[in-house]
Design a protein around this ligand. Structure first.
Ligand SMILES: Cc1cc2nc3c(=O)[nH]c(=O)nc-3n(C[C@H](O)[C@H](O)[C@H](O)COP(=O)(O)OP(=O)(O)OC[C@H]3O[C@@H](n4cnc5c(N)ncnc54)[C@H](O)[C@@H]3O)c2cc1C
Length: 277
């Protein structure tokens, strides 16, 4: 068994320092008790031992890279997304009605700590998908929830947060990506985003970029910024996916987390992509 972390210490922190068992008295967590949490932590550790830790060195030595319109990533990502979706690891803390398991957030974080310790090239892909889906369940319309969240929680589509632009990092009020209204609540997005974690890779067939942009005529500064759901491939009414004119044009090479792609995205330039994996 891999020794990258001590489960006894983690359990001591959860049950003896933070007393998370007090949470089980709440109606939201009525399906949880200490033995259920123990089983989940053991499952996270077994998953980390099998699919995370053995690939850490390899992913560091052979980082994600961009060539000919594609971001190439380690093959284990496909298996990770499939098993994360199948075993409910992406939406574990979501409400039951949104497809989650209402796991206490502290337990979800403990599970995340285990996989992060095993290989921190990987959990970010799942965490961003979870975070993006949670933003949609919290603020999105029923239509958006139905269209995107199940595919994200099942590990078929990856979520991202696309904020940073070449001229706007810390100073997000300087973003210039534009959103032009079309009919039916749809907007046409044009601009560039850089350093987008998990912005493209070979682990999934589609990407849901939660993108900051400015609707034409909106006030300057942060007050004029809106958030858009911009999938790489847009679901059509007939169920088919259509390329949505947002694609990766580069992957930034880094000193750490090298297996975790960090992508330059271009929106609305009528650039083509190769295929759906
Ligand atoms: C590995 C990695 C992953 C990332 N993933 C994402 C992602 O998924 N999505 C996304 O949108 N972005 C992502 N980013 C971008 C990240 O959010 C930006 O790098 C960050 O916001 C800083 O912006 P910047 O790099 O342009 O630096 P700058 O804003 O240019 O800052 C450079 C330096 O100037 C300092 N500075 C800036 N403003 C001030 C000020 N007003 N006063 C004093 N000092 C100041 C900063 O502290 C810093 O030291 C990622 C970046 C990295 C490195």
């Amino acid at each position: 068994m891999a020794k990258y972390m001590c489960m006894d210490t983690l359990r001591f922190l959860l049950f003896n320092v933070h007393n998370i068992q007090e949470l089980f008295a709440y109606e939201r967590f009525a399906d949880y008790d200490q033995s259920a949490v123990d089983i989940m932590l053991d499952a996270a550790k077994a998953w980390a031992d099998q699919d995370f830790y053995p690939y850490y060195k390899e992913m560091d030595e052979k980082p994600a890279y961009y060539v000919d319109g594609k971001v190439h990533s380690h093959p284990i990502l496909k298996k990770i997304f499939a098993s994360a979706g199948e075993n409910g690891w992406i939406g574990h803390y979501f409400d039951y009605e949104d497809g989650g398991a209402q796991m206490p957030y502290s337990v979800a974080n403990a599970a995340n700590h285990i996989i992060e310790s095993a290989n921190n090239n990987i959990p970010g892909y799942l965490g961003l998908t979870s975070g993006a889906a949670h933003l949609i369940t919290t603020f999105g319309t029923d239509g958006l929830k139905k269209m995107f969240v199940p595919k994200m929680l099942s590990g078929q589509w990856c979520g991202t947060m696309a904020l940073t632009e070449p001229q706007a990092g810390s100073s997000l009020s300087d973003i210039v990506t534009s959103a032009t209204p079309k009919s039916g609540g749809i907007y046409s997005i044009k601009g560039q985003k850089i350093f987008i974690s998990g912005g493209d890779h070979e682990g999934v067939g589609n990407f849901v970029h939660l993108t900051l942009a400015r609707i034409e005529g909106a006030p300057e500064g942060t007050k004029g910024i809106s958030l858009f759901v911009v999938p790489k491939f847009r679901p059509e009414e007939d169920g088919n996916l259509k390329y949505n004119d947002v694609c990766a044009v580069a992957d930034f090479q880094k000193l750490g987390q090298r297996g975790y792609s960090t992508v330059h995205l271009v929106y609305g330039e009528k650039m083509t992509v190769w295929d759906i994996w």
